[in-house]
Design a binder for this molecule. Structure first.
Ligand code: AMP
Ligand code: ZN
Length: 497
């Protein structure tokens, strides 16, 4: 799939216009994408990682459709307050105080933890990870450029006056019809939705992270960094800006307002009417948002003791790609509810795929070109993924191909490879053994379990049910639950709750 397809066109849902639109790149043959990255004050939870699985599938789809992809994901190591608006403390400052470490240590540790999750989920590395603190001089230059027309200074910082741009908050309004995002009180703000683009260090205080600026010592506001890094690395307008759905309410409307101001200052038109009817005025043509992963008991919250991070899933014996598959089973714009049973079902589905593909590989087949037998499936796969990234349907098409009988193994492998290049389940290199992760808490080795299961199978074959039951009980006593046999997967077991 290397040359560019013209049919079917790639259609993507734009949160700004609330409709699906044909993807028409700003630069022929290229796709430039910016993804709001993590605030590295703690481990990401698996909900956060859904945002990057989504951005990865988008990037892989653009590559599949033949576009040359330039993807940037930022790392927020300054400026994100405990509240998304202007209230509270800097998340990194607070965590550094809590852990009694320097902010730089905190940022490094949690950035590396995030990158480990990215790799475990088979998320492709972007063209560039942009680190916010590397761009502070550019942020100051950007703020100086828009300040005369759009900002005012208070004792606490430099604020953006949202009444100076056309259509402020359209992104949020379009989505919620409730007006601008949450309203925060800061003394002296002209409008509740005005936001800080530079936060001054209060007199007599010293922050771990602060820089000199025309507005005094201080630190940039969170929204400023994404405008600056996306514009600097991808150029305004670029094609697609992504983030989680919460960003649709405050962070992205504020980025858009800054971008409008900047585009206006650059054009020198002195006009304050760069209305958002022209997509390029917002800095990016398409604004895309993934819906949330939700969990009823509140384990997603980073403030709860044992929160749902990827390592917890692995510690419990689930392969991280089972979580990726779980994400793909839902459309990115639908809410997805997390449950351990759901994750278990996703792992079983992944095991079936991996075993089936491994057996095609075992036939000694090297991927050839997908043969004519697969053309229909590939066309339907292309149609599904081009329909605003319909991964649930794309997955079933992959399974259909995997299940096709009496076909050339090399051609089949090529069709699987083309589909997996989009879905990213690593099917061409995973083996069943890779998916067997011994839970951290297991007091019994996998070999011991398997040995008991072999004895149990023999007992059942000899219709010696008393021994079979006794062996099951022996395992149960050691915390291992034997599940029903499965024709494809064989005997399965899991650690009891
Ligand atoms: P943060 O590190 O808080 O800036 O969040 C990183 C990304 O995760 C952002 O794109 C958020 O919108 C997104 N996000 C946060 N919570 C969830 C969730 N429960 N499900 C999906 N995405 C989320
Ligand atoms: Zn951002």
């Amino acid at each position: 799939m290397s040359e560019q397809h013209s049919t079917p066109p790639l259609r993507l849902f734009n949160s700004l216009t609330r409709q699906q639109e044909d993807f028409v790149p700003v630069h022929t043959g290229e796709a430039r994408v910016y993804t709001c990255g993590p605030t590295v004050y703690n481990y990401p939870h698996i909900g956060n990682m859904r945002a990057y699985v989504f951005a990865d599938v988008l990037g892989r789809t653009l590559s599949f459709k033949g576009y040359r992809l330039s993807h940037v994901i930022n790392i927020t190591d300054v400026g994100h307050l405990t509240d998304d608006a202007d209230a509270g403390e800097d998340k990194l400052e607070r965590q550094a105080a809590k852990e009694a470490r320097s902010i730089w240590d905190i940022a490094k540790h949690y950035t590396e933890a995030y990158w480990a999750d990215i790799a475990a989920l088979n998320i492709r590395a972007p063209m560039q990870w942009s680190i916010a603190t590397d761009y502070v001089p550019q942020m100051i230059a950007f703020a100086e450029k828009i300040a005369p027309q759009h900002c005012y200074e208070l004792d606490s910082g430099l604020y953006f006056d949202v009444s100076t741009v056309a259509d402020y908050g359209r992104l949020a309004r379009a989505a919620t019809e409730e007006g601008e995002g949450r309203i925060e009180q800061v003394d002296g703000k002209r409008h509740p939705a005005d936001f800080a683009i530079w936060r001054k260090t209060p007199l007599g205080e010293k922050r771990q992270m602060e820089w000199d600026s025309p507005w005094g010592k201080g630190a940039p506001g969170w929204h400023l960094e994404c405008s600056v890094m996306s514009g600097a690395l991808l150029g305004f307008p670029f094609d697609i800006h992504t983030g989680g759905i919460d960003h649709r309410e405050i962070h992205h409307p504020n980025e858009i307002a800054q971008n409008q101001a900047f585009v206006e200052a650059e054009s020198g038109c002195g006009c304050a009417d760069l209305a958002l009817d022209v997509p390029a005025h917002s800095g990016a043509k398409l604004w895309m948002h993934n819906n949330f992963l939700v969990e009823r008991t509140g384990k997603m919250s980073k403030s709860s003791g044992e929160f749902l991070r990827l390592q917890l899933l692995i510690d419990k014996g689930y392969h991280p790609l089972a979580y990726r598959l779980m994400c793909l089973q839902a459309h990115y714009r639908s809410e997805l509810e997390f449950s351990w049973d759901g994750l278990g079902a996703a792992l079983t589905r992944l095991k079936r795929l991996v075993m089936a593909v491994a057996s095609v590989r075992a036939q000694g087949a090297a991927a050839a070109a997908a043969g004519p037998k697969f053309a229909g499936h590939l066309a339907r796969f292309d149609a599904a993924i081009s329909d605003d990234l319909n991964t649930p349907v794309a997955l079933t098409l992959l399974e259909e191909v995997v299940g096709l009988k009496k076909v050339d193994a090399g051609e089949k492998l090529a069709a699987i490879a083309a589909m997996d290049a989009v879905l990213g389940l690593n099917l061409l290199s995973l083996d069943r053994a890779d998916l067997r992760i011994r839970p951290k808490a297991a007091g019994i080795t996998e070999g011991e379990i398997e040995a008991v299961l072999v004895r149990r199978k023999e007992a059942r074959a000899a219709k010696d049910f008393a021994t079979s039951d006794a062996l099951r009980d022996e395992l149960a006593a050691r915390g291992v639950e034997v599940m029903d046999g499965d024709v494809v997967l064989g005997w399965e077991w899991k650690l009891g709750e």
